[in-house]
Design a protein around this ligand. Structure first.
Ligand SMILES: C[S@@+](CC[C@H](N)C(=O)[O-])C[C@H]1O[C@@H](n2cnc3c(N)ncnc32)[C@H](O)[C@@H]1O
Length: 233
């Protein structure tokens, strides 16, 4: 995918999202229906710990803590933008013992122990990253998820009908021209990064509010007790 050579550097992404700040929530017209779909299929009622990579303004975290996670469940978000982190911290101030947000330097290393978290969530961030970083993200997600844990993803997609495919191709053309025009994000097929040896697809959907396509995925690590990885002989 030639697009990936054109991604913003971590420093450029940080500068962009520091400037963009709370305007990120204006993207809700196409993001919110995808987040609804993710929440409906992410089984958050049975999660005791959630890690979110690229938490932005903390909108999804607030929704999860307020209405979908058990009362004792804990949330950790991270983001490369200090401005975004401040917004998340303000939004989650009502949950001082349950929610935390940490600054990252853009490297794809999660501040978590192996098999320590029930959900890894990432929405509209992987579509900013290089292919190499997306592969690192999947490796990290597999490392930190507990057996039975779920990887819950939403990103810009390639479209599922004529209108949404047209929107995706115009978006891709703008990205190729200058990724900063579109916040560094380009439509992609995330499912292509989820190798079937390691991940079981529990839910896959494309939602297209206002013609803007989002891919929503819920994946389970196959090394869970229900899906033991076959021994190599
Ligand atoms: C398009 S916004 C999405 C924010 C939020 N997840 C949402 O759905 O509204 C992308 C977010 O990813 C963050 N980000 C970009 N590159 C990152 C990286 N390498 N590590 C962590 N966060 C990153 C940005 O600062 C920004 O908050």
């Amino acid at each position: 995918m030639a697009d990936t050579d054109n991604v913003l550097t971590p420093a450029e992404a940080q500068a962009y999202y520091d400037r963009f700040g709370k305007k990120q929530d204006s993207q809700g017209f196409y993001e919110d229906p995808a987040l609804d779909e993710l929440i409906a299929h992410g089984d958050f009622a049975n999660a005791r710990s959630v890690f979110e990579f690229g938490c932005g303004t903390g909108k999804l975290a607030q929704r999860l803590l307020a209405g979908h996670l058990p009362a004792e469940a804990r949330y950790l978000g991270c983001d490369i933008s200090p401005v975004m982190l401040d917004l998340t911290r303000q939004r989650l101030a009502a949950y001082p013992r349950r929610a935390q947000a940490a600054l990252t330097d853009g490297t794809i290393e999660f501040p978590l122990k192996d098999q320590s978290v029930d959900r890894v969530v990432c929405c509209y961030v992987l579509d900013l990253l290089s292919q190499k970083d997306i592969h690192c993200f999947f490796t990290e997600a597999r490392r930190v998820l507990k057996p039975d844990g779920l990887l819950c993803l939403a990103s810009l997609g390639k479209g599922s009908n004529r209108r949404s495919r047209l929107v995706a191709s115009v978006w891709s053309a703008l990205f190729r021209l200058n990724p900063a025009i579109v916040g560094g994000c380009r439509p992609m097929q995330l499912i292509a990064f989820a190798d079937r040896e390691n991940w079981q697809i529990l839910h896959q959907a494309v939602v297209t509010p206002f013609g803007v396509p989002s891919e929503v995925l819920v994946l389970q690590n196959k090394s869970s007790p229900h899906h033991p990885v076959a021994a190599v002989t």
